[in-house]
Design a protein around this ligand. Structure first.
Ligand SMILES: [Zn+2]
Length: 472
């Protein structure tokens, strides 16, 4: 039987909202002052890592290593502070290097002054600037243990949790920030968006209207107005929805659909949860939202040619998309749930071929019992174009294919993504998915991530994949 609605898309979450227009808290503004007044003056003139800085550090290291039982506490503390201060300065000056090259220096400062505020704050900044939000949060929260009122760190926690789509925690920090600066646009927006994502539409509207009042940018205003409109619309139709939840999912059902599909949906989602979290080695600490829309409502939010979609951790499924069988629905939910887990594990940083490749790999396992048996209407194109015609689509071109208005090219984009992921599983095992996504989650780009997962350069991996398809 032919599927009436063919495609499953992912709407990528706006990665950093309003980056260009607003002024979120800044990174690398903290520093640790040397205790020696002369050194303090000297440090002010240092703008790069050079002989002067390195020899100052070496001298202090020597002094530190020659401590003995006669060295008094005060002198020890002063030397430790001076040394930590200079090493921290070196880290800040070298902040564009990969994290691994800065880690020893950061550990050294930690050994000198464990838990000191500027050390934890700058350590967090190093992770934050490399988009490794998970580790940034650990250090920012350590910094806040020492200095709970540091508004800049509070703001950065809100942003890091927001990027990780932990809307509950992001809101908590945004509210702390707003308690001190009630008119700060950026945090009014984050708070509004977090309330919106948690379906607290009244609260969302409150924050967003305040954000609109202080908004200075036309485009930002338009986006906010659109969110207010959607929140009001959702509020108006809340009466027609029922919500049900367990510890992993919050499911919203339109109309009386909960009666029809409520029970099987929870059973299916829990099976899928187990499969996908194991495959990708990621166990979310937030609940995934699934919304079943009546078709007309769905089209207001989603794209009108898709079977379902995922934005961040919110899965949207139209109810009239022609369910053929329970396996079909299960496959569709597996596909979308895979997108949600990828978004969480990578902070929405996975390229499209990784997203669609893994989502199909899981979909076919769930629906057809094996990742190797792809959907029947793709088989002709696979055989004709890829195997006989030796079509090769460079992976960076996949978004252009999937975004194409020509349905044949859309299919080709999906198939190429799926084949690349299957090739990776065949040559490097399914465990390579974990390394691939983990590297993206740490802020590595796709080239570095493929190298970590396979040991091959990105271009070499694509050559392997090209060869692999020939042998299908
Ligand atoms: Zn998809």
């Amino acid at each position: 039987m032919k599927k009436t609605i063919l495609f499953v898309v992912t709407l990528f979450l706006l990665f950093t909202p309003f980056q260009a227009h607003s002024q979120p808290p800044k990174v690398f503004i903290d520093s640790l002052e040397p205790s020696d007044p002369e050194l303090k003056e000297q440090v002010k003139k240092i703008t790069q890592v050079d002989k002067v800085l390195n020899s100052l550090i070496e001298d202090l290291r020597e002094k530190y290593n020659s401590f003995d039982s006669n060295t008094d506490q005060e002198t020890q503390k002063a030397i430790r502070t001076d040394l930590a201060s200079l090493i921290l300065l070196k880290v800040v000056l070298l902040r564009d290097l990969p994290y691994e090259q800065l880690e020893d220096l950061l550990n050294e400062t930690y050994d000198l002054l464990p838990g000191e505020f500027p050390i934890e704050a700058i350590w967090g900044d190093v992770h934050f600037s490399k988009k490794d939000f998970e580790n940034a949060i650990i250090h920012y929260e350590n910094a806040l243990n020492k200095n709970p009122n540091d508004i800049n760190t509070i703001g950065k926690c809100a942003m890091a949790y927001f990027q990780k789509q932990n809307h509950e925690k992001a809101l908590e920090y945004a509210e702390l920030y707003l308690a001190k600066n009630p008119n700060e646009f950026f945090f009014l927006w984050i708070a509004g968006k977090c309330e919106y994502e948690q379906s607290n539409f009244d609260e969302a509207i409150d924050y967003l209207e305040k954000a609109l009042e202080v908004c200075k940018d036309k485009n930002d205003s338009k986006t906010i107005e659109e969110y207010i409109r959607r929140a009001k619309e959702a509020l108006a139709s809340t009466g027609d929805f029922t919500q049900d939840e367990d510890q992993r999912f919050v499911i919203t059902f339109a109309g009386d659909s909960a009666n029809d599909i409520g029970d099987i949906t929870f059973d299916m989602l829990n099976d899928i949860y187990y499969d996908v979290t194991n495959l990708l080695n990621y166990y979310p600490d937030v609940r995934i939202n699934v919304v079943f829309f009546q078709t007309d409502d769905y089209y207001k939010e989603g794209k009108n040619w898709s079977a379902a979609s995922t934005a961040g951790i919110k899965i949207m499924v139209p109810l009239k998309s022609g369910y053929k069988s329970e396996d079909y629905v299960k496959g569709l939910l597996a596909h979308e749930f895979t997108h949600a887990i990828i978004n969480l594990k990578t902070n929405c940083r996975a390229p499209m071929w990784v997203h669609e490749g893994l989502a199909q790999y899981q979909e076919y396992s769930t629906e057809n019992g094996s990742p190797e048996s792809l959907r029947s209407d793709f088989e002709g194109t696979l055989q004709r174009d890829f195997i006989e015609g030796e079509l090769f689509i460079p992976l960076d071109k996949v978004p252009a294919y999937i975004g194409s208005s020509d349905r044949k090219n859309v299919n080709r984009g999906y198939i190429a993504s799926y084949l690349a992921i299957r090739c990776m599983a065949d040559n490097y095992g399914e465990q390579s998915f974990d390394s691939l996504l983990a590297a993206l989650g740490k802020g590595k780009d796709i080239r570095e991530a493929v190298k970590e997962a396979t040991g091959s350069e990105y271009s070499d991996f694509q050559e392997e994949y090209k060869e692999w398809v020939k042998n299908l």
